[in-house]
Design a protein around this ligand. Structure first.
Ligand code: NAD
Length: 483
């Protein structure tokens, strides 16, 4: 790996994301020699911290995430960090920031390369982008920007934000991050689909009956009730993570593995995404809110949540494409808070075939993404001592030692930004399409809300969500595989 000279500016340097993910990930890249001498990081936030205090924070972040570290390495790494007290809404503060970036550029021979990371509340993204542009914060080398989720609240706000960012950055330099795309098993979808004749040859509507995606969260909204009530499960999880997974499952084979080819394949597919009509939303989507228990609040009683809220903490839905290898195959998805367990799982359900044994189940291919990482295929064989068919799993699984080596999604994706590989980031044209779909569902729900009788299923906490979601299937022979 080569050394990439760069001055990185993190907006939100005192925040949770920076502390838990960015600092430890940068340290891991430093330890591997990807970034060594010619880099400096400027952490910015409003608090009046000193360089030394930020360095202590960085060191703490590393100790909290690593069992064993070389203290000299930690010290050397932290010495590359600088703090700048900065209110992102104050124009003058960008002047000071620019000066510091230039000083550090000289000191570290960073060749005018700048990497901006927006690690703060999304309402500030547009402001930061505008000021970077107006105050000429970009350097004379490469200029890249990483934008956290959510990228907009709907299509109109995403378009506005994109306009503000593209005033200073080319599409190729904008890294819209979705940490799901850094996950081991999500990155395994393409090799699994395209290198196995066994799988590649059945990847069509002729053999696949449906695909099911579940992103189950065990927790409720916790302290984030105020924010969550303005968002909901559809915007929070479907617009980004679930649609990224759907796209990887349904896209045609790219002509090679370059970022351009992968995005081209995705974009080709997304043109044929069917945007649901209000009638289809009513039929194919279920939204829900969790009820309370002896020890937990119902969603509507959570702190900072409107007691008459119509925001969904659960959504199940269906989507389809009119082109691509699995054109016409229903893709069902569901996500929500207060499921029985935290799990991300994809089930590919194959069609039943006529056979002389009659009762045999169809095969399923399951990809477990979190918390375990494995792929398994259900296989039928004969029972040993009685007539009939038994079902066993063929499993592709990592050892504990291998799992320990899997880098965190943020580490992988930050590495990709340094080496300018945008394969696992969201291109604007993809994001736009996702928002068109989400807006269609949100608009239909909004109309239902305004009509005064919205159908919002109330579900018991720590189970599998509302039973109404069992009715979104196209045929009575379909059901949720993960129960
Ligand atoms: P946070 O609230 O912990 O941190 C926000 C940061 O912004 C803090 O450093 C705060 O001081 C700073 N800030 C607030 N107002 C400011 C202002 N006017 N000027 C300058 N600085 C200001 O938030 P977070 O959890 O770190 O999330 C940041 C972003 O990352 C969000 O977009 C979030 O959706 C995304 N994200 C976070 C996580 C996570 O695990 N925390 C995971 C995925 C995505």
């Amino acid at each position: 790996m080569k050394n990439i000279p760069v001055i990185m500016i993190i907006f939100g340097g005192s925040g949770d994301l920076a502390h838990r993910k960015l600092y430890p990930s940068l340290f891991n890249l430093y330890e591997q020699g990807l970034i060594h001498d010619n880099f400096a990081v400027i952490g910015t936030a409003r608090r009046p911290w000193s360089h030394e205090y930020l360095r202590e924070q960085v060191s703490d972040a590393i100790h909290e995430t690593h069992d064993q570290v070389d203290e000299n390495e930690v010290k050397a790494f932290a010495s590359h960090f600088y703090y700048q007290s900065h209110d992102v809404t104050n124009v003058e503060h960008y002047v000071t920031l620019k000066k510091l970036a230039q000083e550090l550029d000289d000191r570290y021979s960073a060749q005018g390369n700048r990497l901006f990371y927006m690690a703060m509340a999304p309402r500030f993204f547009g402001t930061i982008a505008t000021h970077i542009n107006d105050q000429h914060l970009t350097g004379s080398g490469f200029n890249r920007i990483v934008v956290e989720k959510p990228f907009g609240h709907d299509l109109a706000s995403a378009e506005q934000l994109n306009k503000e960012i593209t005033a200073s950055f080319d599409e190729n330099d904008i890294f819209r991050i979705d940490h799901y795309l850094g996950k081991e098993m999500i990155q395994n979808i393409m090799p699994m689909r395209f290198t196995n004749p066994l799988i590649k040859n059945i990847w069509s509507g002729e053999y696949i009956k449906n695909i099911q995606i579940t992103l189950a969260e065990r927790l409720g909204v916790e302290a984030r009730g105020g924010y969550y009530d303005t968002s909901g499960a559809l915007r929070d999880m479907v617009q980004n993570h679930i649609f990224q997974i759907i796209t990887l499952l349904a896209m045609p084979e790219p002509k090679d593995l370059s970022s351009d080819s992968v995005h081209q394949a995705k974009q080709e597919l997304l043109k044929s995404l069917i945007i649901p009509t209000p009638e289809e939303v009513e039929k194919n989507f279920v939204r829900g809110q969790y009820l309370g228990s002896d020890t937990t609040f119902a969603y509507k009683k959570e702190p900072n949540v409107d007691p008459d809220s119509t925001t969904e903490t659960y959504v199940a839905g269906k989507t389809k494409f009119t082109s691509g290898p699995i054109a016409g195959v229903p893709i069902y998805f569901r996500t929500g808070k207060e499921f029985k367990e935290k799990k991300t799982r994809i089930d590919i359900v194959l069609k039943h075939i006529n056979n002389p044994y009659g009762q045999a189940h169809s095969n399923n291919i399951t990809i477990e993404v979190d918390p375990e990482s494995k792929i398994y295929i259900t296989i039928n064989g004969k029972k040993i001592d009685e007539p009939g068919i038994r079902r066993e799993d063929l499993t592709y699984v990592f050892s504990k030692e291998e799992m320990a080596k899997v880098p965190d999604g943020y580490e992988r994706l930050l590495h990709d930004v340094f080496v300018n590989d945008s394969t696992n980031f969201t291109h604007w044209s993809e994001l736009k399409r996702y928002w068109e779909f989400i807006d269609a569902v949100e608009d239909a729900w909004q109309k239902e809300n305004e009509a005064g009788n919205p159908e919002i299923a109330q579900y018991l906490p720590y189970r599998m969500g509302p039973k109404e979601a069992d009715n979104i299937f196209e045929s009575p022979t379909e059901h949720w595989i993960y129960e």
